[in-house]
Design a protein around this ligand. Structure first.
Ligand code: HEM
Ligand SMILES: [Cu+2]
Length: 550
């Protein structure tokens, strides 16, 4: 399947991919600094100079890291992955990739500019009735439209491969890119609808009021699948790249494809699990979506099973004995393996926390506390981000024609250790503090020296210690990335793509029958949303005017 001619990403595609990845790391550097400042402010040790407002930097942090870093890195990685496995992009697809990039960058500049001038201090969820400057919403729209153009180019490249290879299953990595791109397009329709039909006209003064419940529902229709849009590229690396790096085989091609399809189906119609405490949605509909939420546990466990099967098969092939003997055979000195592996391990407590958040009763305890912030710093900021770092260590040199040297490999492992220790402190104390009732998204306050609030302070100090160690991690990753992009010795760095184990079953073609899957997806969305959505519109309370509380 992997023809030799495809083994190196075409130089022109490499440039495109690097453009996206560069913006991702710029966002990381700036957003990371904001994160450090937040932990220092919340510990009570720092006051922001020049009248800068805590919520302004919190918004910049959330938007730059949660929306910027992730989206740019993923699109850059996906372009490289499609080009590597389905062949060099056509000039039309490459041009679309660049147009998408430029539209996204213009949007990002608008949104960041508004945030940094304190005209859009609405946090990364930009909930109505907080009202930002219209350029912020326009910027977000451009960011999304640009990403659609980019995803279209990737899907077109996959379609071209299918036409040239009738009757054959597509390259696994390209298939995964297509699933993730479809997931993104379907879920961003919600937020695009919210911004275009509600927030933009309202911020421009064309309408006076906004239906808050509808806007939040459209946001979470997007906001939850968004986390799977972040996670699936990490899964691509775990399923396809890691087996090759350790020198093993992919456990099962069909299982990997099935997992991706299940994520596509079960990650979209579940947004209500973020609205469990919200009035205006009937409890029975919340129940339906919570049940659908729990369905994603199935592909998650399938992934865990499949990863460890890959590791064990590899270890046993190397002669490992005993229950866990294979663990010793894994390449513990190779950052390309170790860094994402730490991410996988972090996903165990992260996933457990997610099950707690999605459980109606337990959510009442943690909702809107800083526990939630601790949760997503384990999932996205640890599992996903460490995997992205692990990808960067071979992808960037591959794209720039350089090599990942031993010295950088050592630095990368130190980086991951910093990240792990920093996150353990920060996320761990966020979880504990949340259980003691401390709210998230709050600047430093002692609530008039209330005893309960005073008890939170030690945890906030621990977060500042963790945040400082994390920031050191950000400095190190920037050093490594700059080295790989500009200074490392010239040479060939492999883009590892795993092969399927000989013993694996043949891939059934039904997994690539998009008519079936997209129809089921549409049906699930209609079942989960139609009735409650009509209810929200027909029985809406009076709309809200805009508020600017900063
Ligand atoms: C140096 C590393 C980091 C530090 C020190 C840090 C620190 C923080 C803190 C203290 C908060 C919450 C404050 C509050 O609720 O008042 C926060 C929120 C957040 N962080 Fe981070 N973080 C870091 C890295 C990341 C990364 C890598 C991501 C995403 C990829 C991320 C995404 C977010 C998001 C989305 C929020 C929520 C913003 C909001 O509530 O509006 N963070 N971070
Ligand atoms: Cu969710």
């Amino acid at each position: 399947m992997m023809n030799a001619q495809f083994s190196k990403v075409d130089k022109r595609d490499a440039k495109l991919s690097m453009a996206y990845i560069s913006v991702a790391f710029i966002a990381l550097a700036v957003g990371g600094l904001m994160g450090l400042l937040q932990t220092l402010v919340r510990s009570g040790k720092l006051e922001l100079p020049g009248g800068i407002n805590y919520y302004e930097i919190l918004t910049a942090h959330g938007v730059l890291l949660g929306l910027g870093l992730t989206t740019y890195f993923i699109l850059g990685f996906q372009f490289a992955a499609v080009s590597r496995t389905s062949g060099t992009l056509s000039s039309k697809a490459r041009l679309s990739g660049w147009i998408g990039f430029i539209v996204m960058v213009i949007g990002t500049i608008f949104a960041t500019w508004m945030i940094l001038t304190n005209k859009a201090t609405v946090l990364y969820t930009f909930y109505a009735p907080l009202q930002a400057h219209f350029l912020f919403y326009l910027g977000l729209t451009l960011l999304i439209v640009g990403s659609w153009i980019a995803c279209g180019a990737m899907i077109a490249t996959y379609i071209r491969w299918r036409k040239q290879n009738p009757g054959k299953p597509s390259p696994l990595l390209s298939f995964m890119v297509v699933v993730n791109s479809l997931l993104w397009i379907v879920c961003t329709l919600g937020v695009a609808g919210e911004v275009l039909f509600q927030l933009l006209p309202w911020s421009l003064g064309l309408v006076d009021t906004v239906n808050v419940l509808v806007s939040r529902t459209l946001f979470w229709y997007f906001g939850h699948p968004l986390v799977y849009f972040w996670l699936l590229p990490a899964y691509m690396a775990w399923y396809v790249i890691i087996p090759k790096i350790i020198g093993g085989k992919i456990f099962s091609d069909s299982l990997a494809r099935l997992v991706f399809i299940l994520f596509l189906l079960f990650s979209i119609p579940v947004g209500f699990h973020h609205q469990l405490t919200e009035p205006g949605i009937d409890a029975s509909w919340k129940f339906v979506q919570v049940v659908l939420t729990f369905m994603v546990i199935i592909p998650s466990l399938m992934t865990a099973f499949s990863m460890f099967a890959t590791f064990e098969m590899f270890g046993r092939a190397k002669g490992a004995t005993g229950l866990f003997g294979w663990l010793k055979k894994l390449p513990w000195k190779d950052a390309r393996f170790v860094v994402p592996f730490i991410g996988m391990v972090a996903f165990v407590p992260a996933g457990a926390g997610g099950i707690i958040n999605a459980s109606n009763q337990m959510d009442q305890v943690v909702h809107n506390t800083i526990w939630v912030t601790g949760h997503f710093h384990l999932t996205v900021a640890t599992t996903v981000v460490l995997t992205f770092f692990g990808i960067s260590y071979w992808l960037i040199p591959h794209l720039t024609g350089r090599v990942f040297t031993k010295a950088m490999n050592r630095l990368a492992i130190i980086q991951a250790v910093c990240w792990t220790i920093g996150m353990a402190f920060m996320s761990g104390s966020m979880h504990l503090e949340g259980l003691l009732g401390a709210p998230r998204r709050t600047a430093f306050t002692t609530y008039g020296n209330a005893q309960q609030a005073l008890d939170w302070i030690p945890y906030q100090v621990a977060q500042a210690i963790g945040g400082s160690i994390l920031f050191l991690g950000i400095v190190l990753i920037i050093v490594i990335v700059l080295n790989l992009a500009f200074f490392a010795p010239k040479g060939e760095q492999d883009f590892p793509v795993g092969e399927v184990a000989e013993s694996a079953e043949k891939t059934p073609m039904v997994l690539e029958n998009w008519k079936i899957w997209l129809t089921i997806l549409a049906a699930l969305i209609l079942i989960a949303y139609t009735v409650p959505f009509m209810d929200m519109i027909q029985n809406a309370p009076p709309g809200s005017k805009g508020f600017k509380l900063w």
